[in-house]
Write a protein that binds this ligand. Structure first.
Ligand code: HEM
Length: 210
């Protein structure tokens, strides 16, 4: 009698390599990068029209050509940043990716990974996992963008968002909050790009998915 082949006799069909970053994540990441560039460069032009520090940004690195043009760029970028950010967060929560990728995180783990990074001993063997310094940086930049949007709402519709305005200490204080959050975001982008340059494979994965 012919024995029935055991299940494990049949080799499993080869599975296509799973993407490191799903398509929706890559799309929202690059749209976010575009929105951040538009918002930052047009924001500098708006600041230049009424600076509160004793410096202005060189016009060559601003967007919009003049105050009115910069405001239009800023509002256009705002909808992209807001809608795209909401989609990114919703998909991250709905798929459980937010918890898988960014947790756990603890001061001890961040200190350990930071020390390893400074000694050049941080492992990049598994590109699917973020180390705890990356987790902290990414979660912080998400919170920073939330502060930018909330303080931006106060500057845009200060009468309608009066509670938010008062929580920020008034209109002029909200301008400083908005500026400080922009400066933190710009600092994140500089460090982020330096880290990507150190591990170019991560850029390929953010473009091609694997
Ligand atoms: C053109 C400039 C940018 C480049 C080349 C770039 C590149 C990358 C790469 C390669 C990763 C994956 C890191 C890894 O797998 O180890 C990443 C992740 C990330 N980047 Fe960027 N990035 C850029 C701009 C930005 C900007 C402007 C932001 C602003 C907030 C940002 C926020 C993030 C966040 C939050 C993640 C984690 C995303 C997730 O896994 O959910 N990036 N970026």
């Amino acid at each position: 009698m012919l024995a029935r082949p055991a299940i494990h006799d049949t080799p499993p069909a080869p599975r296509p390599a799973e993407a490191i970053h799903p398509g929706w994540l890559r799309a929202t990441h690059w749209l976010n990068a575009l929105a951040v560039v538009i918002m930052t460069m047009s924001g500098w032009r708006i600041y230049n029209a009424s600076p509160f520090f004793d410096f202005t940004f060189p016009n060559g690195i601003t967007l919009g050509g003049w105050l009115g043009g910069a405001l239009q760029w800023h509002f256009a970028g705002m909808w992209l940043l807001f809608a795209n950010g909401l989609l990114y967060l919703a998909l991250n929560v709905a798929t459980g990716r937010l918890w898988r990728k960014f947790l756990p995180i603890a001061p001890r783990g961040v200190a350990r990974d930071l020390a390893a990074a400074l000694r050049g001993q941080l492992s990049h063997a598994d590109p699917r996992r973020y180390n705890q310094v990356q987790r902290l940086a990414y979660l912080s930049v998400m919170a920073d963008i939330a502060v930018l949007i909330l303080s931006g709402l106060v500057l845009w519709k200060s009468v309608q968002f009066d509670l938010l305005r008062e929580l920020m200490g008034g209109y002029e204080a909200a301008r400083r909050v908005h500026f400080l959050a922009m400066a933190l975001l710009a600092a994140f982008v500089v460090v982020h790009l330096a880290m990507v340059a150190l591990v170019p494979r991560s850029l390929i994965a953010m473009i091609r998915g694997k």
